[in-house]
Design a protein around this ligand. Structure first.
Ligand code: AMP
Length: 413
C-alpha cells in the first residue's frame, strides 16, 4: 500500500474519518466538500452496515458508495474481487469504474468494468491479472460466473446501483443469482432514485436491516433547468431542430429520440447540416459506443443524438442542453432525460418538441415536475399548421392543478 502524504486536506471529507490515501485521492480529484449523499451515506457504510441510499444521478452517489469500500481496502494480494458493483447500462458501468480508478487509494488498486459487447478474451486477461473491484452489467457478470472465469466467493462489499432501473430492464433474476454467488457475510448497498415495491422486496431478501437514507427530493430537482416546449408537426421537427440549435448555440447537447431508427435517420440528416454530431443507441457495437462516449466527454462532440437506453446514464458536466426531439412516453423518463443537464449545480436548458396530439402527455410531465412549462417559438418560423379555424372566442384551456391529485384530461395545444 502506498502511504500518501496529504498536502491540501480535502477539508470537508476529513470529518468523515476517511483514510489519508483516500483523502489524498479526493484532493487529486479536486473533491473538497462531500455532496449531501456522500455526507449522509459514507459514515453509515463505514460502520459496515447495509445501506439503502435513495438519490438521483448527478448527486455524487458513485463516490458515496465507492469510498467506504476503498477506504477499508488494503493490498493483501488476495485473489478475486473483494467488491462487486452492478449497474444497468454499459455507460454507467464504465463511469463507475473510471470513478473508482480516479479515487483509488493506491496504484495497486484495480477496478475492472465488464459488460456485454466487449470481447470476453480481454476481460479474461484482466480478470486473470487480478482485480479488486468488478463493475458490471448483470448479464455479463453472470456469463463470467457461468464460465467459471469470475469468482465472487471473496466479495465482502456488493452494490446495486440504479436498482430501480435494473429491475425495469428485467435484470431481477440475474441480480438474485449474482448475489447468491457472494458470501452471506458481506455488506450490501443499494442505490435507487425511487423505491418501488420491487426494489424494497429485493432489499428485504438480500440485505440485513439496512439503514435507509432518502435524499431524493419529494419533487425532482429540476428547478435550475430552464424548460420550454415547441408545438411542432412531425414533418417540421427537423427544420425546427436546426433553428433551435442555431438560436441556442449549445455547448453540448443530447437530442433524445424514442426509437433507434429515428436516431439513425436524424443523425444522417443532421451531420449533413452541422459539425461535431454523433449518435449513440443500443444497436451500435460497444467499442463504437465507448469511443463516442469518450469524444463526448472530451467535448469533441457537440450534438449527440441518443435513445433513452444509452442517454440516461450519461454524466457529462458540459451538457448545456437537452432536446426532446421525441417526447418520452412517461413523465419519469422526462426527468431522467433532462437531469443530464444542470449537473452539479450548473444551469441547464431542456427543450421539448410536442406534436399537437401529445398535449395530454405534456400535461402529465407538467404535473410530475410541478410547473407549467413555457411555450417557445422561433420568430418567423411556423413549426405547425393550426388544425382548427380561429374561433370567435378561444376555448378555455384547463390548467393542471399542482399539489393535489389531478384528474386526467386531454388538452389541445
Ligand atoms: P454521480 O452522481 O456519482 O454520477 O456524480 C456526478 C459528478 O459529480 C461526477 O462527475 C463526479 O466526478 C462529480 N463529483 C462527485 N462527488 C463530488 C464532490 N464531492 N465534489 C466535486 N465533484 C464531485
Amino acid at each position: 500500500m502506498t502511504t500518501a502524504t496529504l498536502q491540501e486536506p480535502a477539508a470537508g471529507f476529513q470529518a468523515l474519518s476517511l483514510s489519508p490515501p483516500i483523502l489524498a485521492a479526493l484532493n487529486r480529484a479536486q473533491y473538497f466538500q462531500p455532496t449531501p449523499i456522500q455526507a449522509a451515506l459514507i459514515p453509515h457504510a463505514l460502520t459496515g452496515r447495509d445501506v439503502i441510499g435513495q438519490a438521483q444521478t448527478g448527486t455524487g452517489k458513485t463516490a458515496a458508495f465507492l469510498l467506504p469500500f476503498m477506504n477499508a481496502w488494503h493490498d493483501t494480494s488476495e485473489p478475486g474481487p473483494q467488491a462487486v458493483v452492478l449497474a444497468p447500462t454499459r455507460e454507467l458501468v464504465v463511469q463507475v469504474a473510471q470513478e473508482a480508478t480516479k479515487l483509488a487509494p493506491s496504484k495497486q488498486f484495480r477496478a475492472l468494468a465488464i459488460y456485454g459487447g466487449q470481447r470476453f478474451r480481454e476481460q479474461l486477461i484482466e480478470l486473470k491479472r487480478g482485480v479488486n473491484l468488478v463493475v458490471g452489467t448483470p448479464g455479463r457478470v453472470l456469463d463470467h460466473l457461468g464460465r467459471g472465469t469470475l469468482q465472487l466467493g471473496r466479495v465482502r462489499y456488493a452494490v446495486l446501483d440504479e436498482a430501480d432501473r435494473m429491475l425495469d430492464i428485467g435484470f431481477r433474476p440475474d441480480i438474485e443469482r449474482i448475489l447468491r454467488h457472494c458470501p452471506q457475510q458481506r455488506q450490501t448497498l443499494l442505490l435507487s432514485a425511487t423505491l418501488p415495491d420491487a426494489v424494497l422486496r429485493l432489499a428485504q431478501r438480500y440485505m440485513h436491516e439496512p439503514h435507509h437514507i432518502n435524499l431524493s427530493p419529494e419533487k425532482p430537482a429540476v428547478d435550475s433547468i430552464r424548460q420550454s416546449y415547441f408545438t411542432v408537426d412531425e414533418d417540421r421537427k427537423f427544420d425546427l431542430l436546426l433553428r433551435v440549435i442555431d438560436r441556442e448555440n449549445p455547448r453540448q447537447c443530447i437530442i433524445f429520440c424514442q426509437r433507434k431508427r429515428t436516431a439513425d435517420l436524424l443523425y444522417r440528416d443532421l451531420r449533413e447540416q452541422r459539425k461535431r454530431v454523433a449518435t449513440m443507441h443500443g444497436d451500435l457495437a460497444q467499442p463504437i459506443r465507448d469511443r463516442i462516449m469518450q469524444y463526448f466527454r472530451d467535448g469533441k462532440i457537440v450534438c449527440l443524438v441518443a435513445t433513452d437506453v444509452v442517454g440516461r446514464g450519461i454524466d457529462v458536466t458540459g451538457i448545456s442542453h437537452i432536446i426532446n426531439y421525441d417526447l418520452p412516453e412517461d413523465a419519469d423518463n422526462y426527468i431522467h432525460r433532462i437531469g443530464r443537464t444542470g449537473r452539479m449545480g450548473k444551469d441547464g436548458v431542456a427543450i421539448s418538441f410536442v406534436t399537437p396530439e401529445e398535449g395530454e402527455r405534456l400535461t402529465q410531465i407538467e404535473i410530475c415536475v410541478n410547473m407549467v412549462i413555457r411555450q417557445d417559438q422561433i420568430e418567423g418560423f411556423e413549426s405547425f399548421r393550426p388544425r382548427v379555424k380561429v374561433q370567435e372566442e378561444a376555448p378555455k384551456r384547463a390548467a393542471p392543478v399542482f399539489g393535489r391529485p389531478v384528474k386526467r384530461y386531454s388538452r389541445r395545444l
